[in-house]
Structures are given as structure tokens and as C-alpha cells.
Design a protein around this ligand. Sequence first.
Ligand code: CA
Ligand code: CA
Ligand code: CA
Length: 203
Amino acid sequence: MSKVGLVLRIVALAALAAPARGEYTDYVWADSVVGWNGGIKNFGGELMTSETSWWLTGLPDCDQNGNGYAWDAEDNDYVAGWKMPFAGDQFTVALGAPIHDGAGDDVLVVGYRGPACLASVQASADGISFTELGTIGTGTPGYLDDFWFDLGGLTDVRYIRVERATGAANSACFVDAVGAVPEPATGLLLLGLGTLSVLSRRR
Ligand SMILES: [Ca+2]
Ligand SMILES: [Ca+2]
Ligand SMILES: [Ca+2]
């Protein structure tokens, strides 16, 4: 096998072996909350304000002991969402950088929700026109989950909205963080191309 062929093969194998979604620390996270209405609050019932909108920004931070259960005594109540009564609840975050449709799922919402939850997750490039990516459905109260969504061809997405879609009993939903995968294939491809150019120069 030629050196070039070997490098191509290594790059291909690395792409297959790499975790499809990488780590939380590699993601683009929401860096601001650009709007909300209804009764957006933390689980304790404190209404979110511009002073506390950081509950929704940055990396997930409410499960301090990392066991996936959000209500342990030592955990922080750094979430925002809704419970009863229904009030047309929704919020929109801005991501730290524009995101594009890569292979597989792209957008991540971390949170916990009630057994009758139904929430719509939407994406927008301009903050005005939103496209629904999917929904967050029923869950086990208190247990944090990663909810993944595919951009489905959308590009230059900067805004993610989470909107309550039911006023049913036990339809609470609280979000810890909103993030996205920042095109992981690009760095790997550049690495492969860089190695190829080094090899071709050495010949
Ligand atoms: Ca916990
Ligand atoms: Ca995708
Ligand atoms: Ca949080």
C-alpha cells in the first residue's frame, strides 16, 4: 500500500472510530437567552430574569455529581422551563457560533421532564423564522436526558427555541443546557490533508 493510501485508510478508520458526537466540552453551547415568555422558571419556582438567564447557557451544570439524577441534595437548580399552569411557555437561546447540518444529529437539549411532556424544538438562522426539528416527549421525572435533533439540511443556524406544546397535567419540562456539534469532520479532514501534503513533499 502506498503512503498516501495508508494515510487515507488511517483517516477513514479514525473517522469511523471517533465518537460521533465527541464530548460536551467540544460542543458549541448557548451563550445568551434572546427571548422568553410565559412562566419560565427554575424547578424551585423562581421566575427566570435577565439576571438568571445563565441557567440556560454554557455547559450542563445542574447535576453536580453526574449520576443523571437532577434532584440530589448537592445539585444546583440551574435549569429553566415550566410546570403548571400552561402559559404559552417558550424560550429562545443564541448559540455561541453558527452551526451547520453535519452527519447524524446536530443539536442537543439537556434536561428533565414529566411523564406527559411534549415540547417542540425549533431552529432558526435569523431568529425570526423557525423550523421544527422534533419534539421532546414523555420522561421519568428528575432524570436528565440528552435529546438529540438533526438539522435536516438547515445551515447557519444560530437560534434554538424550546416551546411547550401541551398544557396537560405532569407536562413539566426543564432544560439545563442547549448545545450543538461543531462539525467534527472538518478538523479530521484538515489533519488528513496536512499529513498528505507532508508526505508528498518528502517524496
Ligand atoms: Ca445528581
Ligand atoms: Ca445532521
Ligand atoms: Ca444550566
